[in-house]
Design a protein around this ligand. Sequence first.
Ligand SMILES: Nc1nc2c(ncn2[C@@H]2O[C@H](COP(=O)(O)OP(=O)(O)OP(=O)(O)O)[C@@H](O)[C@H]2O)c(=O)[nH]1
Length: 548
Amino acid sequence: METLNHLPCPVLVTDHLGYIQSANSALCALINRSEAQLQLGAMDALFPLASRILLQTQVWPLLRSQGNVAEVQLSLLGPGTAELPVVVNGQRGSLGDVACYYWVFFVALERNRFEFELRGARQHAEDVARELVDSARFIQTITDALPSLVAYWDKDERCHFANKPYLEWFGIHPEDVIGSTLMDLLGPHRYALNEPYLRAVLAGEPQRFERSLSKADGSTGYTLAHYMPDRNAAGAVVGFFVLINDISSTKAAENELKLAASVFRNTVDGIMVTDADGVILSVNPAFSSITGYSAEDMLGRTPALLQSQHHDAAFYAAKAQALARDGHWAGELWSRRKNGEAFLEWQTITSIPGSAETPTRFVTVFNDITERWHKDERIRHLALHDPLTDLPNRQLLMERLGQSIAKTEREPRPLALMFLDLDQFKQVNDTLGHDRGDELLVRVAQKLLSQVRQNDTVARLGGDEFVILLDNPLSQDYVAQIAARIVDALHAPLTLGDQQVQLGASIGIAMHPRAGATPAELLKNADAAMYTAKRAGKNTHRFFNAES
Ligand SMILES: Nc1nc2c(ncn2[C@@H]2O[C@H](COP(=O)(O)OP(=O)(O)OP(=O)(O)O)[C@@H](O)[C@H]2O)c(=O)[nH]1
C-alpha cells in the first residue's frame, strides 16, 4: 500500500463491508489521524451522520451493483469538529483474491481550484483555437482581397494555403487545393520550369523571378514571383511562401516606354521636348546630328537658338499663336545649324497637355529637308529656265509678265516688252561651229543682263530669240534708250576663241497696255515690231505701232 502514499489526493482502501484496510498519508494528514488509528476501523466513523446515511443508502448499493460511483459529495470529519467537504469516487478492486474498494477523495476546495484551472485551461485552449481560426480567417480575408497570388507550400510541396486570386488563376476549387502538390497544380511542363526555383527556395534561398504564366482561362499573364523560405525554430526550411504579382500591364507599359525611348534614340527625325515656357528638357541624337548642337548645348536653353534670319517676328508670333490655339503646328521652317548654315526643316510641334501630376510639354519633331528643297528647286529651276544660258524660259517669262500686268492693275505703271533676235546668227554657227554659237548665246545673255536692272527680266525663248521685260521704265524714251544701248552693246566686236565676231540684233518693243493687254498679245506684238526692225535694215529697234 506504500504506493498510495505517492498519490497527492487522499485515498482509502476498504473491504466489502467498509472496514478500513489502509489509508494513505494524504488522507491521514487531511483528517489528522495516523494510519494505525484508522486501520481496521469502519470507514463510516470518518464521516458525519448525514454523509454516513448517504454512504449506506446511496453509495454502497451503487458500488456493489455497478462496481463504481463517481463524484459523490460528502463530508469527512476533520480535526476537532470540522467537517471537510469532499467529492468521493469509489471503485471496486481486489487485494490478492479478496475483493476490496478504493475510495478517492477530492477535497472540495482543491477540487474547485483544480476545476477552475481546468476550466481556465479549457477556456484558454478555446481562445487559442478561436484565435487560430480567426487569424486563419483574417489571413484568408486579407489575402483574398489582394490582387496578388498568395500561397504556402510545405517542404514536400503540398499546399497549406492559397488565396482566392491564386485559386482563380489556376482554376482550382478551394476544396481541392489543400494537400494538393505543386506537380498536380502546375502539370509537368510548368513544374519543370519552376523546379530550379523550388529547389533553391527549399535550400533556403529566397527566389524572385519574372515569368509568363498561363491562366486557367487560357490567357497568359506576365508575372513577378517571389518564393520565400519558411524556417522552423531550429532554422530548417519547412516550406515556402509564394507571392505572385501579375505585372502584365506594368510590363506592357515598360515595353512601351522602352520602345518610345528606343524610337527617341534611333529615329532619324530630330526630337526636342520643351516645357510650357519653351525651355528645352531633352533632345535626341538625331537632333544633334541635324543641328550640330549637343544635348549639353541645348538643355536649359530655348529653341530661339536655332532661329534663322529667313523669317520675321510675325512668322514666329503666328506659329506660337497657332500652337496655343490648336495645340499643334506643322510647316516648313528655315533654321540655323551650330555652324551658322541655314537649313530647311519640316517641323511638327504638338503640345502634350499637363495634369496635376504631369506638367505641359511640347514635343517638336523635325527632319532636314534642305537637300530635298535644293533638288526641288533645281527641278523647278530647270523647268523654268533655259539650260544653255540659265535665263528664264518662255514659261517663266509669261508668268512674270502676267504678274507684272496684274500689278499694274493695282498700281498703274509702264511695262515694256522687248523682243530681240540676233542678226545673221546662222552664219556664226555655220562658220565657227555650233559650240561657238552656244558660247556666243551665253555671252549675249550676259550682255543683256548687264544692260537691265535687277527687277527686269531677260528671257531666252529659244534659238537666237531673247525677250526683255522692263518693269516700270521711266518713259518710252527711256525704253528707246535702253534698246539702243543693247543694240550697241551687242554690236561691239566679240572674241570667240581666236576669232573676232561682230553681231547685230533687231529689237521689237511692245508697251503695255497700248500694244497689248495680255502677255500673249504683248509678246506677239513685240515679235511683230522686231520683224519691222529687221525689215528696216536690222541692228535697230522698233516700237509696235498698231497702224503700221
Ligand atoms: N549654236 C546654237 N544655235 C542655235 C540654237 N538654237 C537655234 N540655233 C540656230 O540659230 C539660228 C537662228 O536662225 P535665224 O534667226 O533664222 O537666223 P539668222 O542668221 O539670225 O537670221 P536673221 O534673224 O534673219 O538675221 C539657226 O541657224 C538655228 O539653227 C542653239 O541653241 N545654239
